[in-house]
Design a protein around this ligand. Sequence first.
Ligand SMILES: [Zn+2]
Length: 110
Amino acid sequence: MNIHCDYCGSAFDPEENAVCPQCGAPWDRDAEKGRVRAAEEKREKEKKAAADTENLFRAADAIQRTVGTVGRAAGSVHRVLRVVFWIIFLVVLVIILSTFFRVFLPFFGL
Ligand SMILES: [Zn+2]
């Protein structure tokens, strides 16, 4: 990573140059290190924030998938219950009608 000379402003690699290759000024190791560290910390923080955001999205996605699965399961349960309800309804209707005919038809001589 290049740094900028505090005196002439030219960029150079501190790993390869003990002093500024442009003007020969010794670069302020601590100040530059501080800047580099701050930049790295900022980058790390941004990376972490991005990872957190991604995790949040992933969690939201998982919740959505879970809700969707539960919803679909509930939907199929609802469909089954509706079918069961109609079967019971029809059975009860047949019982009521057959009882009705058995009880009332003799009155009409049938
Ligand atoms: Zn310089």
